[in-house]
Design a protein around this ligand. Structure first.
Ligand SMILES: NC(=O)c1ccc[n+]([C@@H]2O[C@H](COP(=O)([O-])OP(=O)(O)OC[C@H]3O[C@@H](n4cnc5c(N)ncnc54)[C@H](OP(=O)(O)O)[C@@H]3O)[C@@H](O)[C@H]2O)c1
Length: 372
């Protein structure tokens, strides 16, 4: 490989590491990473780095330019998504790159947002900047998949998490069942921080009264929005999700039949109540729910609901990845089956999902399935 292509790749991979840091905190914007470097002889020297900040601003490019200062003049930049071309709350990054005097831009892929779509690269080229597009494109698309789904498919990325006992149960009726090991809980909390929202069905709220926050040491502020899919507004007003909605936002998506009076009672507590259409089974139509959430700006959802919501999402083909934790302990009696037929069938279909090698998560085993 030519030395400059190898350096471009290395800088882009570094920018991708930065981009991953912002996942879960930049919605409705993508989390982007940017690295600015200068060549000293044969060696690249990094002079600026940045990634999209919480809430989507400042952008990665302006962060990196600010860090580089005068050293940006004549330097190269690797950026994990085409720099923006439109005037939003801030001027376009493409113009900031031109103004900073950067000579060469290595970009991973063209932004599918109709307001950009090649316009950022065009501004750079018109200013005489060399643009190399398509570096580490597949990895960059994977990092930005939530944003791509929102713009292209009008839904957020959905990751499904389910934990089961050795004999395949997710819970028992009438009480909370601890299925996962401490290591698995930590992994789930880390996954929460990298998503914009956690979604559950009302069945999980009624059974477990969960907090659904990121409780790893020092990471409470990375807790995402909590969403309940609740056709009739049966979520108890005394539930933890309602009681704590001032510290971590809680949204309930309900159907057209729930009374406005009930909705107002939740709003008075600080919960955001949204409405979506019902499907033919008289439950919320998960496709309509996800379209609504994308419209509200969400790009990455972790579904931690029970078996019913998991099955509905996968049957509707709305799922990008599935993580199954299996404990070594059997329940040893009848419980709530974790993998309902629709989920089981989808995961067995190699045209839909590919299974990664199982790994240990404390005493549990973990398998991740990727959407093909
Ligand atoms: N092991 C795990 O990973 C795990 C995770 C979560 C929960 N659980 C356990 O699972 C049990 C609860 O299971 P669950 O399946 O009832 O929980 P769930 O999937 O979180 O909630 C199901 C409820 O969501 C509502 N919903 C609205 N629209 C829906 C749609 N389109 N499709 C499916 N559901 C929709 C339905 O109630 P309405 O029709 O009234 O809206 C439905 O009864 C509890 O024992 C809990 O402890 C286990």
């Amino acid at each position: 490989m030519e030395i400059s292509a190898a350096i471009d790749g290395a800088m882009m991979r570094h920018a991708l590491v930065l981009a991953r840091r912002g996942l879960g905190r930049t919605w409705p914007n993508p989390s982007v990473g940017a690295v600015i470097w200068r060549m000293e002889g044969q060696d690249p020297v990094i002079v600026g780095r940045g990634f999209t900040q919480a809430g989507g601003r400042p952008h990665a490019e302006t962060q990196a330019i600010a860090m580089a200062g005068e050293a940006a003049r004549g330097a190269s930049m690797a950026v994990t998504l085409e720099p923006c071309a439109h005037h939003g709350k801030t001027p376009p990054c493409a113009e900031a790159i031109v103004a900073a005097g950067i000579r060469r831009v290595v970009s991973a892929f063209e932004d599918p947002d109709p307001r950009v779509k090649g316009g950022g690269h065009a501004i750079l080229r018109q200013a005489g900047i060399e643009v190399v597009n398509g570096v580490c494109e597949a990895e960059a698309r994977a990092v930005a998949l939530g944003f791509i789904r929102r713009i292209v498919d009008h839904r957020p990325l959905v990751t499904l998490k389910l934990a089961q006992t050795a004999d395949g149960y997710a819970g028992v009726t009438g009480r909370q069942l601890m299925v996962s090991s401490t290591s698995s809980k930590h992994r789930v909390h880390l996954a929460r921080a990298a998503h914009d929202a956690i979604m559950v069905g009302v069945g999980t709220v009624l059974a477990d009264n969960p907090d659904l926050t990121c409780r790893l040491p020092g990471m409470m502020q990375f807790s995402p929005v909590r969403i309940v899919v609740d056709t009739h507004l049966d979520t108890p007003l005394e539930s933890r999700l309602v009681e704590t909605c001032h510290s971590v936002p809680t949204w309930i998506v309900t159907g057209p039949g729930a009374t406005e009076e009930k909705a107002e009672a939740f709003r008075a507590q600080g919960v955001i109540v949204e409405r979506a259409a019902l499907g033919s089974d008289k439950r919320l139509d998960v496709v309509a729910v996800l379209h609504l959430l994308a419209e509200r700006g969400l790009t990455r959802i972790l579904s931690e609901g029970g078996p019913m919501l998991a099955e509905a999402l996968v049957v509707a083909d709305m799922v990008d990845g599935v993580t199954i934790y299996t404990s070594p302990e059997p329940l040893g009696r009848e419980g709530i089956v974790a993998m309902r037929p629709g989920l089981k069938k989808a995961l067995a279909n190699k045209k839909r999902f590919a299974a990664a090698k199982p790994i240990a998560s404390g005493r549990d085993s973990l398998i991740h399935y990727y959407r093909v």
